[in-house]
Design a protein around this ligand. Structure first.
Ligand SMILES: Nc1ncnc2c1ncn2[C@@H]1O[C@H](COP(=O)(O)OP(=O)(O)OP(=O)(O)O)[C@@H](O)[C@H]1O
Length: 580
């Protein structure tokens, strides 16, 4: 409830629509309430007295009331839709903006599947809740109160029937609303699982096909889909059972009303039209209560959704700009790690332990080690994708937390392990690194990344369109473009995270040579599991189990490091070398 209230400021810009909608609804309700009374007069005063002119007059009045009611209904629909749809669009915008600010840890904590459910399902649920509130929440109680008041004034003899029927209906509604609230929370959780599965399957569709695991995936999806179906069924069944149960109670009320009315008509204390009007008002009362209950259920359901939306909007971003950022406008590539410790989870084991090293501007540093030794994690700390738990990372002798994130990341070119490209032209993808890049800039960058040879062969060259995930490129082509995108920034610090794994040895040497000319002042970090990628580095850091166990040039390490020697020996096919 609190979380839904906290979303209400989003209605503020659309307050006029939110006020107009219930006003139009009041008009429709007033006309709905008028009709049975007009009908009663047609029967008791017109038909009973054979007064045709009176019947025609009231008939026209009923028609006018129906037209005014229609205008009220349409007006309410238009304004409630405008208010609710815009309200939801603004929330969606802010949720998206917030996720763009998320640190990697924030993202890991919430999970992509849940985020997709929030942006699609949960926001739709709060939109529906607001729309129904504006349309029906006014209509329900107004119809209810109006009809009860009219029965009190015009058919008081039958009022006791309401005193029995209404409390039963209210108890039923309360019970059903309470139950559906709980059931819909489970529906949302099941929906998260379906979205996570979908996202994982679509992203890995090629692996699934290559391993012929379609049947396995279909079975896995069937499981989560069945769970969602089951939960949806339980929730919908509860909602749908409410209506027949309430109708049953109302019908009993109608029968009792007619029976009591018939006795009074026989006694001459009641007219037939009043009984007819009473049964109509009883149905209106039920409709009023049912629609209120539906809104209540929708609102209860939206509390869970609002809570999940708030969870995103209120996420504490753990990587933020400093309050007083340094004004150093000239970030150079001098990097230092001082006793850095890092763990992916709170109180978890350190993945990086006591990492300390210093790099001069313009140096090339190779980082090598067994898989899982912490190489990628180490370089992710540079652009502050994660922050260390202990120790500090410095650039130009200043803790990187003192720079604005924009400034820090602006100085770093990052080529990730998996070349992530976006749907759009090759030029758009390269300009992702530098928006204002000219054709000449792009040519230089793609030359250095050994990408120009394949781009030149394409009919439309830089205008060539990439499909989503760049599936129309080879792995090596993707890596070359991913490097071009980083090179074009001419960054002070360049990080290549195992980004040449799909590039042949000759092209890799070309890239390394071109880098020396194109980015001669840049500090380069090359993470690789291949010795050939880092063999020419000014210094190589050897990692094992989250620690730097040796550092030096290739030749020095061959003498000083057992770990390096054994990696080199395995890759050069010379068996285990010994320099002792
Ligand atoms: N997002 C994450 N959440 C939790 N643990 C993680 C995460 N990313 C990596 N790890 C763990 O951190 C450790 C170091 O991983 P890292 O990716 O840095 O290794 P690496 O040396 O780069 O390995 P590789 O050569 O295989 O890429 C591994 O044990 C890995 O399981």
């Amino acid at each position: 409830m609190k979380s839904f209230r906290e979303l209400l400021p989003y209605v503020k810009p659309y307050m006029l629509f939110a006020i107009l909608a219930p006003i139009f609804m009041c008009i429709e309700v007033a006309m709905d309430l008028l009709s049975p009374t007009i009908m009663q007069h047609i029967i008791d005063d017109g038909i009973a007295n054979d007064d045709t002119a009176y019947v025609v007059k009231l008939g026209i009045l009923m028609l006018v009331a129906a037209v005014i009611g229609l205008i009220g209904g349409v007006g309410c629909t238009i304004y409630s839709t405008r208010a609710a749809v815009n309200f939801a669009a603004d929330i969606r915008r802010d949720v998206f903006k917030m996720t763009e600010k998320f640190s990697s840890k924030n993202m890991d904590n919430i999970g992509v599947g849940k985020l997709i459910t929030i942006v699609t399902n949960d926001i739709t649920a709060v939109q529906q809740a607001l729309m129904m509130t504006l349309r029906v929440f006014v209509r329900g109680p107004l119809l209810f109160i109006g009809a009860v008041a009219i029965v009190w004034f015009s058919a008081r003899e039958l009022f006791p029937v309401l005193l029995v029927v209404i409390p039963i209906l209210i108890v039923l509604i309360y019970f059903f609303s309470y139950k559906t609230g709980k059931l819909f929370a489970r529906v949302q959780k099941a929906m998260d699982k379906v979205n996570t599965k979908l996202q994982e399957t679509f992203a890995g569709i090629r692996v699934i096909k290559a391993f012929n695991r379609q049947d396995y995936e279909i079975k896995a999806f069937k499981r989560v889909n069945e769970e969602l179906t089951k939960r949806n069924m339980s929730a919908e069944q509860v909602i749908l059972t409410l209506m027949p149960v309430m109708l049953f109670i109302v019908n009993i009320g109608v029968v009792i009303g007619m029976w009591m009315g018939a006795i009074k008509v026989n006694e001459g204390t009641l007219e037939v039209g009043v009984i007819l009007a009473f049964t109509n008002y009883l149905t209106i009362i039920m409709n009023g209560l049912v629609s209120s209950s539906h809104v209540l259920m929708q609102i209860t359901r939206s509390f869970t959704s609002a809570g999940r939306i708030q969870q995103v909007l209120e996420t504490k971003i753990d990587i933020t700009d400093p309050t007083n950022p340094v004004s150093d406008n000239n970030i150079k590539g001098e990097v230092e790690f001082k006793s850095v410790h890092f763990s992916y989870s709170k109180n978890g084991e350190y993945v990086l332990k006591d990492i300390s090293f210093h790099v001069n501007s313009g140096e090339t540093i190779g980082i090598i080690g067994q898989t899982g030794s912490g190489k990628s994690t180490l370089i992710k700390l540079l652009p502050r994708l994660y922050d260390p738990d202990l120790g500090e990372v410095l650039i130009n002798g200043i803790n990187i937390k003192e720079y604005t994130i924009e400034k820090l990341r602006g100085a770093i070119g990052f080529v990730p392990q998996n070349a992530k490209l976006f749907a759009g032209s090759i030029a758009e993808n390269i300009r992702f690194g530098k928006e204002e890049a000219t054709l000449e800039d792009m040519e230089k960058a793609t030359n250095s990344a050994a990408a120009s040879e394949f781009i030149e062969k394409l009919e439309d060259q830089f205008a060539h369109e990439l499909m989503q995930g760049a599936t129309n490129l080879s792995g090596g082509q993707k890596q070359r473009l991913s490097m071009s995108r980083a090179f074009i920034r001419q960054p002070k610090i360049l990080v290549l995270d195992d980004s040449t794994s799909a590039i042949d040895a000759i092209s890799e040497v070309q890239v390394q040579q071109a880098l020396g000319q194109y980015l001669s002042d840049t500090t380069v970090f090359i993470v690789s599991s291949k010795v050939s990628s880092i063999i020419n580095a000014d210094r190589i850091l050897v990692m094992e189990d989250g620690m730097i166990v040796a550092s030096g040039t290739h030749e020095e390490l061959l003498v000083s490091s057992d770990v390096y020697r054994s990696i080199y020996a395995t890759q050069s096919g010379k068996g285990v070398l010994s320099y002792e």
